[in-house]
Design a protein around this ligand. Sequence first.
Ligand SMILES: C[S@@+](CC[C@H](N)C(=O)[O-])C[C@H]1O[C@@H](n2cnc3c(N)ncnc32)[C@H](O)[C@@H]1O
Length: 247
Amino acid sequence: MENGIGFSKSGWDEIDSINFIDYGLFFVPERERQHEIICSAIPKTTSSTKIVDICCGDGLLDREILRRFPHHQLYLFNGSMAMLEKAKENLNEYIDRVTFTRFDLVKDDWRHFSWGVHAVVSSLAIHHLDDEGKKKLFRDLSSNLVSGGALIIADVVKPACDAGKEIAARDWDNAVYKRSMELLGNPDAYEYFKKLNWNMYSDPDPDEEDKPSTLFDQLKWLEEAGLVNIDVFWMKGGHAIFGGYKP
Ligand SMILES: C[S@@+](CC[C@H](N)C(=O)[O-])C[C@H]1O[C@@H](n2cnc3c(N)ncnc32)[C@H](O)[C@@H]1O
């Protein structure tokens, strides 16, 4: 099936995009809290700077960044037309500070910017790359950062042992169930989440198209990419927010 991204087959197609647009609020644990934490990890500055979002999706994180950082320009990259259209709609209020680019995460033809980057953020996308792909991506992104700039990643991570996998599977299910009950008053969104086998820890993908790496490995790769003050800012149900800063 044509994946709608039109680029490499990375385990994500336009049906996933529509499901994520409609159900992201339910499927992503503490989504608004995650956005708040990512924004808090971006170094504060009053000067006009440039922030890049790798696989921006429907732009909800970017709306929060644009609201909090009124001097920043955002450069958003995504492969899905449906996502880019939704992001344009969600960011209409800030459109003069946003540049959209359709890209393929797997390729490296987009990775060198002619200007210094204050921060690169990415949420729930880098797990589409394998270990070597992530290592190279971290190096390429780090090389574009200005001194003091940040690479902040939110993503699903590979549990290092069976106990970690069981905890991630259970906590992700519980978070989605709780959210469904809170927002809908019924478990419909949770039941749809289970029907789609969206929880990769309880319902592993037989094609192994998701390629999460352990958090520990990714922290090491950030260090190898030349970043310092590497830290984990939040974690729940197999989802983590982590990053580092350019010396
Ligand atoms: C789970 S969504 C996350 C969206 C957004 N970052 C968020 O957290 O709300 C994953 C995003 O990665 C994009 N994506 C997946 N594989 C890609 C690829 N190979 N090239 C470009 N974009 C890709 C999808 O289109 C989708 O927008």
